[in-house]
Design a protein around this ligand. Sequence first.
Ligand SMILES: NC(=O)c1ccc[n+]([C@@H]2O[C@H](COP(=O)([O-])OP(=O)(O)OC[C@H]3O[C@@H](n4cnc5c(N)ncnc54)[C@H](O)[C@@H]3O)[C@@H](O)[C@H]2O)c1
Length: 292
Amino acid sequence: MNNESKTVAVLGAGTMGSGIATVMARAGHRTILFDIDSANLQRGIDTVHGFFDKSIALGKLDAETGQRAKDRIVGTTDLKDLAPCEVVVEAVYESLELKKDLFASLDDIVSESTLFHTNTSTLSVTGIASGSKHQERVVGTHYCNPAPLMKLVEVADGRHTATWAHKATIEFMASLGKTSVVTQDRPGFIVNRFLIPWENSCIRALDAGLGTKESIDAAVLGSLGHPMGPFRLLDIVGMDIHQQVATRLYEQLRDPKFFPPPMVERMVAAGDLGRKTGRGFYDYDDTRLFGS
Ligand SMILES: NC(=O)c1ccc[n+]([C@@H]2O[C@H](COP(=O)([O-])OP(=O)(O)OC[C@H]3O[C@@H](n4cnc5c(N)ncnc54)[C@H](O)[C@@H]3O)[C@@H](O)[C@H]2O)c1
C-alpha cells in the first residue's frame, strides 16, 4: 500500500476519534471525520483545530503547515461520503453491535481493499470483524490517549485477518509516526491489562486519603517517569470510559483488580466525567478533548 497522502476516515469524533483524526491530518492524509451527532462532530473538529492552533502558538508548527493540516480535515454525518476512503478507523462507543453494524454498512460503500481498523479497548477484534463480509481486511489498532501525543499503537489481528492487511497496517502506522506493538486479540491487549488495575489503585489510594489528587499525580510524575499523573490522565480518558473499560475487563477476566472502585461510580453519577464535562478530578474551562 502506498502510504503517501491517502483519503482516510475516522468514525466517531469523540476523545479518540478527534485525536486519531489529528494524527491522520498531521501525517498528510485527507481526513473525513464522521459522527452521527452533529454537535459531537463540531466539537471534534474544534478539538482538532485547537490542537493545531496550539502547536502553532507554541512554535511547534509553522502557521502554513498548521493551516494545511487543518484544511485536510472535513466533517460529515453522511456515511456515503466515506466512499473514497482507503483506510477507515472506527472510534465509536464501545458497543459490539454498533461497531459490527458500522462495518457492515461500510461494506456497501467503500472498496473491497479498504482497510478497516477498530480502536476497541475491550471487545474482540474477531467479533467486530464478523460484521463485515470481508473479515480479512479488519485489524485492531488500539491507540493510546491522547492519540496525537502518544506514539504507541497496539496492533491485533482478528482470527481471519489477512497477512496483506496486517502488513499494510504496520506500514501505515509507521507512516503516521507511530510505533506498533503487535499483540493478540485478547481482552485489554497489553496496555490495559496493566493500566486499568494501576489506575484503579490510584483511585483507591485517593479515596483512602493516602494523598490528594495533586500529591498522587506529583508522586507518579516524580518517580515513575510517566508524562502525566493518573488523575490528569483519567480526566482525559473520561470516567465513563474508564468505568466501561474496567467493568468489561472485569467481566471477561474475573480478576477483582479490574473492578472499578466506588469513587468511579460516584463521579459518573455526578456527571464529573473529566475534561469533556469541564469537571473530573480537576476543573477545566476548556472542554476541548485535549485542549490546553
Ligand atoms: N478514551 C480512551 O482513553 C480510549 C483509549 C483507547 C481506546 N478507546 C476506545 O475508543 C472508542 C471511542 O472511545 P472515546 O473515548 O473516543 O468515546 P467518546 O464517547 O468520547 O466518543 C464516541 C463518539 O462516537 C460517536 N458515535 C456513536 N455512535 C456512532 C455511530 N453510529 N456513527 C458514528 N459516530 C458514532 C458519538 O457521537 C461520540 O462522538 C471506544 O471503543 C473506546 O473503548 C478509548
